[in-house]
Design a protein around this ligand. Structure first.
Ligand SMILES: CC(C)(COP(=O)(O)OP(=O)(O)OC[C@H]1O[C@@H](n2cnc3c(N)ncnc32)[C@H](O)[C@@H]1OP(=O)(O)O)[C@@H](O)C(=O)NCCC(=O)NCCS
Length: 330
């Protein structure tokens, strides 16, 4: 009998209504549509508005839709992980808050913070539990309210990020032709100098001064991050293809993290893929961090055929990066 591994069996998303366009941004900071489109490839991003609405507001809505779509009772779920860098609060975990909001009572779970690689790190984690036989139905929520930590006075970062949450049901399969077949993940702390949120944790707890210095917002040295992202994301995607003797012809689609269109193009080129095999939605959503790969999967769900070879490739704060060899399961 083939070994047990994980398959995504349903996917749903919550997209906040408000759309922040480049022309609106250019009235807030000194920027313009031409600069943002040519350097990053983003036209608009969705932003969650409303007092007291955090990440779990979106995550719970996505999970509710997922349970309905897959006709799953909340009592059947035995694990829920939430990957995010923008939890509702430092504790308790947003995973727990989501479970409470949607009535999932028989599960355990926690949050995973792996920057924009949150999805690949969390899916790898769930896969280990599924393979162990202890978990039969897991939900992975990839959700970010990036607008909560974006400095809308900093023109170098505020055009980049958007908000969204995606929920997916993950179940065991023994079919060797579908599901998560392999992954390769990495971390390197060199990245902590170039992309971080300085204050609010135990190192620099919130004070009047940290607020005044705008240290609760994302700090990014864009060129450094770009350099590492372009090299590492392409390298890890290429590495998993080589390991499994996968050629560009074998790949149905590459689903890369949506941070910058130039990084995405470079990754696709290095893998020898034509542009129509590289799935993109950065133009309409921006960088939704951990939610970005799941958001592409959700949007293009109807394009996939059972057994399609997909390569997921991610890069994020830490630095973290990883790639997955996945065959679509339905
Ligand atoms: C952020 C990023 C788009 C900036 O693009 P860049 O080509 O590196 O631009 P630079 O930071 O070198 O800035 C070039 C110039 O544009 C200016 N600029 C920056 N943001 C601007 C904006 N929104 N509008 C207009 N001008 C802008 C800079 O001030 C600089 O001006 P100067 O030459 O007069 O000093 C790019 O570095 C990037 O995408 N990095 C990776 C980010 C990423 O992937 N992060 C997530 C990882 S998960």
């Amino acid at each position: 009998m083939s070994e047990v591994h994980s398959a995504i069996t349903a996917i749903e998303a919550f997209i906040p209504e408000y759309v922040l366009t480049n022309p609106t941004l250019s009235r807030m900071v000194d920027t313009d549509d031409q600069w943002i489109m040519s350097r990053v490839g983003i036209k608009e991003r969705h932003i969650l508005r409303g007092k007291g609405k955090g990440n779990s507001h979106m995550g719970a809505a996505a999970v509710e839709k997922l349970l309905q779509k897959s006709q799953t009772d909340p009592s059947e779920i035995d694990m829920l992980l939430c990957c995010t860098v923008t939890p509702d609060m430092l504790f308790p975990a947003t995973a727990n808050i989501i479970c409470d909001k949607v009535g999932i009572k028989n599960a355990w779970g926690y949050d995973i913070n792996a920057g924009c690689s949150g999805f690949v790190f969390s899916f790898s984690t769930i896969d280990a539990f599924i393979r162990s036989g202890r978990i039969k139905k897991a939900i992975l929520v990839a959700g970010e309210k990036m607008s909560a930590i974006v400095d809308y006075k900093d023109r170098a970062t505020c055009p980049l990020f958007g908000d969204a949450a995606v929920a997916m049901l993950i179940e065991p399969t023994t079919d060797p032709n579908v599901g998560l077949l392999d992954y390769e993940n990495h971390v390197d702390g060199v990245g902590r100098k170039y992309l971080y949120q300085k204050a609010g944790g135990s190192c620099y707890p919130p004070t009047e001064m940290t607020v005044k210095r705008r240290e609760h917002f994302i700090h990014q040295e864009g060129q450094q991050v770009f350099k590492y992202a372009v090299t590492n994301m392409a390298q890890v995607a290429e590495s998993i293809m080589k390991k499994h003797h996968i050629t560009a012809n074998d790949v149905a689609y590459l689903i890369p993290h949506q941070a910058n269109l130039r990084i995405i193009d470079a990754t696709g080129q290095r893998m020898g893929l034509p542009a129509d095999k590289v799935l993109i939605n950065i133009e309409r959503f921006g960088n939704t961090s951990a939610a970005s790969i799941p958001l592409v999967l959700w949007e293009y769900e109807n394009k996939f055929i059972k057994g399609d070879t997909l390569i997921f490739a991610a890069f994020g704060a830490g630095f973290t990066w990883g790639a997955m060899y996945y065959k679509w399961a339905y």
